[in-house]
Design a protein. Structure first.
Lengths: 157, 145
């Protein structure tokens, strides 16, 4: 049941991306190009999306649990760390280079071309690369001994 | 500043409302954030029983776009004009960056801002600014890539 609802949500989400023109990288780049011939449409998409999503969160706050699941799976962190901001910088550069972020990139698989397949392939490779590095970092943190009392003690490794 | 003749505020608002409707429904029904990069990343390390809804949502994205294109074939001006190297570099940065930064335009920009998350506000401001600077450098400093 959850998968059926998620599938319908994906369909509505994808149709919204297409209706708003956000599947078109040229239109996204025209929003980001404030010094060129500017297309403010993306700001209107954000406004429409934020208004309805905020209403959804207001309804969710009044409930103890979702209709189909045990709990609301929401992020709890509030700190601003280097991963968050560094990741946003890398993402912003990639988004500005091509004009595609993950949702529109996947929605554009509806009209497959060599360009979109290359972009989505590279995007998934980037996701997998992070997964690989992240699991190594987690393993290293878990297996490394507590800090040595003497500064030089760990250098012999 | 010159305003583009392609500016479509009403279609933008309506499309945005559909995006928000889908995000609100996924939250209220399944208790999940409709962040595309988060749903993709989670698919790679999903516990049994957690994969189905993720794949269903992701497959729905192109289906919904295809349905809309069928209803509204006049999607003029669609163009992915980047060269191969730029597509690969851009894709890698988008994939890696959204995982490192825990979200993209949908997760941070829509869901995060809608629930008043300070991390999402910082991330959204950062990637919007960085993307705009990137476009400025590519178009107005380098003269295109």
């Amino acid at each position: 049941m959850q998968a059926i609802v998620a599938g319908l949500c994906g369909i509505v989400f994808g149709s919204g991306l297409a209706l708003s023109g956000m599947t078109n990288p040229a239109k996204v780049l025209a929003f980001l190009d404030v010094a060129g011939v500017w297309d403010p449409t993306l700001a209107f998409v954000m406004t429409g999306a934020l208004a309805t999503t905020a209403a959804g969160f207001a309804l969710a706050r009044a409930r103890l649990r979702p209709w189909l699941a045990e709990t609301f799976a929401l992020p709890t962190r509030r700190d601003l760390d280097a991963d968050l901001l560094g990741g946003a910088v890398l993402f912003g550069v990639g988004w500005g280079l091509v004009g595609l972020c993950p949702g529109p990139a996947l929605a554009n698989l509806s009209r497959p071309s060599a360009e979109i397949l290359v972009f989505v392939g590279a995007m998934l490779a980037g996701v997998a690369a992070h997964r690989l590095l992240w699991s190594r970092r987690a393993a290293r943190n878990a297996s490394s001994p507590p800090p040595a009392p003497l500064a030089g003690a760990s250098r012999s490794r | 500043m010159t305003l583009s003749p392609d500016f479509t505020p009403l279609a933008g608002l309506a499309g945005g409302a559909l995006i928000g409707l889908a995000s609100a429904a996924l939250l209220l029904a399944n208790g999940r954030i409709a962040g595309v990069s988060g749903i993709v990343g989670g698919s790679l390390r999903a516990a049994p029983g957690d994969l189905g809804w993720r794949l269903a949502f992701l497959v729905g994205l192109p289906l919904g776009a295809a349905a809309l294109h069928a209803l509204q074939p006049a999607d003029h001006g669609f163009a992915i004009t980047s060269r191969l190297g730029v597509l690969v570099l851009g894709g890698l940065l988008v994939g890696f960056g959204t995982q490192l930064g825990s979200g993209c335009t949908s997760g941070h920009g829509v869901c995060g801002l809608a629930r008043g998350s300070r991390r999402s506000l910082a991330a959204t401001a950062t990637f919007m600014l960085t993307a705009a600077v990137t476009v400025f450098v590519v178009r107005h400093v380098l003269g295109g890539l």
